[in-house]
Design a protein around this ligand. Structure first.
Ligand SMILES: *Cc1c(COP(=O)(O)O)cnc(C)c1O
Length: 350
């Protein structure tokens, strides 16, 4: 521990940054007040002097707002039907002289195609930022998420795998970029260097949140094994239920088993939304998965969506997030699947 001990202001944040570097096999880590502002900061510092940022439509509900706060226009593209993550082909088609950056998001189950996306970014000389919030514990082709080149963003919100109440951070291997990130969040507004309006964000993480996150980091294996038991229970029970298919974690990689996502298949005549309703009605916390897609929403700022998004349109109403997490016990899975089974058979029976 550095001089001054844990009570020195910023000491716990610094300790957390160091521990997160070890955890992610990352060179550098910079903590922010939230994941949202971490994303905004990365785009503000990385995007070229061009108006658009390419993002998936089937994703985290506030992603277009991130782009707006970074001073750019979101350009929505389609997802890949296999990964449900931003499609490298769609990104490549959308890149133009208007592209300032690509914001790729890891899906809730497994990872996006990091290699292909980095290749495209490199070939077109466009910066890429990864929203890696949902892949915090994962490896991608054997490599730890957080250890790739460039900028990978994570959240410590209470709903995420590492709970710091609220918080976010950026992992990077780029020393110069990291120095700019630090200036960006702590900058003294009265100093002359960064005077342009909106050029910095007061976004320091409080030490209290860092303390929570450090405790969360210590408990991660406990949480992952709990999540895995829940996942195994769903796997066993859902196998025999027609009309619904569990989205499988790629167990050749390290994963957190955190969120349970399932797809209603063509054999199911019960709609996803009525299944969510049935579960909620029974006091079970299920939610529509990334719905509605971002390009179908209305915004008070300009957005761009010149292409059709057929995959997004076809998956938007099919996926569901099933109840899971630390409040849920392994034994509770059975009653959830009972409700699913009943709902699916009721509707198809007419
Ligand atoms: C939660 C989340 C964020 C935002 O993180 P906050 O810390 O809540 O601001 C960004 N991206 C994804 C994919 C998320 O799930």
């Amino acid at each position: 521990m550095a001089k001054g001990g844990h009570s020195r202001p910023g000491a716990l944040v610094a300790l957390l940054e160091q521990r997160l570097c070890e955890y992610h096999h990352s060179k550098y880590c910079v903590a922010f007040a939230t994941g949202f502002w971490s994303l905004v900061a990365c785009l503000r510092l990385k995007a070229l002097n061009a108006p658009e940022v390419i993002i998936p439509s089937f994703t985290y509900r506030r992603l277009a707002d991130v782009v707006f706060w970074a001073g750019k226009t979101p350009r929505f593209v389609d997802v890949d039907p296999g990964t449900l993550a931003i499609s490298p082909k769609a990104v490549e088609r959308a890149i133009s002289s208007k592209t300032g950056a690509i914001l790729a998001v890891h899906p809730i189950v497994n990872c996006c195609d990091v290699g292909a996306l980095q290749g495209i970014a490199h070939d077109h000389r466009v910066p890429i930022v990864f929203d890696a919030v949902e892949s915090v514990h994962e490896t991608c082709e054997g490599r730890r998420v957080g250890s790739f080149e460039g900028a990978e963003v994570f959240s410590l919100h209470a709903s995420k795998l590492i709970n710091g109440l609220e918080g976010g951070y950026v992992c990077s291997d780029d020393r110069e970029f990291v120095a700019r990130l630090r200036r960006f969040k702590t900058h003294d507004a009265t100093s002359a260097s960064l005077q342009e309006p909106g050029s910095w964000i007061p976004s320091e993480m409080p030490d209290l949140h860092a303390a929570f996150a450090l405790a969360g980091l210590d408990e991660i294996d406990l949480n992952v094994s709990h999540n895995q038991r829940i996942y195994r229970a769903y796997q066993a029970r859902l196998k025999t239920v027609p009309g619904i298919r569990l989205r499988a974690f790629d167990e050749a990689e390290q994963t957190s088993f955190k969120n349970i996502v399932a797809e209603l298949t063509d054999r199911s005549s019960c709609s996803r939304d009525s299944l969510v309703q049935q579960l909620n009605h029974n006091g079970m916390l299920a939610r529509a998965h990334y719905s509605p897609p971002l390009h179908t929403r209305s915004y008070e700022f300009p957005v761009s969506c010149p292409d059709a998004l057929p995959v997004t349109e076809s998956v938007a109403a099919r996926f569901i997030n099933l109840p899971c997490g630390f409040r849920m016990k392994e034994g509770d899975v059975s009653s959830v699947v009972d409700v699913i089974e009943k709902s699916l058979s009721m509707d198809s029976g007419g």
